[in-house]
Design a protein around this ligand. Sequence first.
Ligand code: C2O
Ligand code: CU
Ligand code: CU
Length: 551
Amino acid sequence: MTISKAQSRRRFLKQSAFGLAGFASLPSWLTAAVDIHGMPLLSPRQASKNFKPDVEFELVCQDVDFPILAGQKTRVQKYSAKLISGPEHTITDIPNSFLGPLIRLHKGQKVRIHLLNQLNEVTITHWHGLHVPAEVDGHPMYAFGPGQKFVYEFEVVNRACMAIYHPHPHEATARQVYHGLAGGIIVNDEEEAALELPTGEYELPIVIQDKLFDTSNQLIYSPGMHGNMFGFYGNRILVNGQPELQLDVATCAYRLRFLNGSTARIYKLAWDDGTPITVLGTDGGLLNEPENKPYVMLAPGERLDVWVDFSGRTIGSELVMRSLPFSGALPQMGMGMMMGSRYGLPMGSDYAVFTVRVVKKVGDSPKLPAMLSKIAAYKISDTANPNKPVPITISEGHMQMLLNGRPHAFNDVQPIERIPVNTIQLMEIAHDNSGHGMGGMHGGMGMGMGRGRMGMGGMGMGGMMAMAHPIHLHGQQFQIVSRSLDSSRENAYETVKHGFVNSGLKDTVLVMPGETVRIIKPFQDYKGLFMFHCHNLEHEDMGMMREFSVE
Ligand code: C2O
Ligand code: CU
Ligand code: CU
């Protein structure tokens, strides 16, 4: 579809007449037209002359045939990168992996990235976990077409952490991530360096995904109605892009950087011999001190920094990381449980994720530091709204998953979604169990769900359909203040609750059915539109996404 300049100008003026406040915060390089979703048609961002990068690289998205399974290659979408200037170690390919290369950045660096779209469709990349200006945050309105280039420029202001880069185009995020467009970013800083944690060959990314292959080794992605509601699940676990990954290690300490890159699958990770999982950090970097957990929950979009010491283990011994059984994450309805099990690997069942094999002896090993960092906990009194938390309400209905009762739409910011810049906000993520989720704004679209069904066990449709949602907020990391649970959900919750790391800085939090999570989040430095959404990517693409206008 081509829109003439005059036409688009008219559409813009028409839209402006309705007072699109969002446009006020848009950068000046936008061209004033809107597409069929009401998103502006923008020309891709160019490099600015005043920005002097310390690191500059090209990142290409393209279709490639890649060997994953024995036999025929698999058609994937892949990121690859080429360093233009800056430290050599900035880009490292993960061996034998279709995943994007590991990008290593340092706090304080100025980064320029030339994103080249060589796919046959629009895309845009988001730096999940990095605190960057809105115009380089990968908002879907900046999606750009094949053959074009989008230039990102930002300074790394995050502390040491692991972030993710992945696409964020309107209604196509899940499919592009599933087909391979995802990679890890490791940010380093001085505080972390002083700890002398394992590095180099002793620091390994562990990117976990699930895929479904057809008999000619091609990826199947067909969520359909059930997959959109409950998530799409594969039957093969890939770690760093490889099935049945086996890591050969030495008899010393390692630092494993976990990232759940699945579209919907949640893992309950544990070592098979009962060794506790020693957590060093979460989404936003190091904890104040290491924490031992019997198992850890890892939902899509979440990261974990894990210490494991193989000193004293015998050569030839093996250790398996498994995902252990848990319940409650999917509705207890036939349909929901079926989804994961359709091809034989239900979410919440017991299966191996990867294997470690001790193959060589080394003399000494780094020691686990007793203290890692000194992050002060926010207090309720630090927030601008101690008595009036900003709501993030999850509505679950038969055909729609919503936040704050509305599907994602551009320029649809509601009063509660406007946040004054440089404030710290108390927020409350909760399920809408009123049965009114489909009522209110979308009464007409509720297809008989909403109010009509409220009688059932006092839960309404929302309660019946309740499932776990990893809720992700763009921008700065938040702290978890409290988690509280509807008592009818206690049994299922018992199977997951010891695996939550609640003490660190987070950007994605798994909210279980019946659970209410209070968080405190800063909105500093940058004005503009910042998304918040479910990181079950099928849900995100269904519209379970809203945006905050930071003004
Ligand atoms: Cu990792 Cu908005 O997403
Ligand atoms: Cu993000
Ligand atoms: Cu969700």
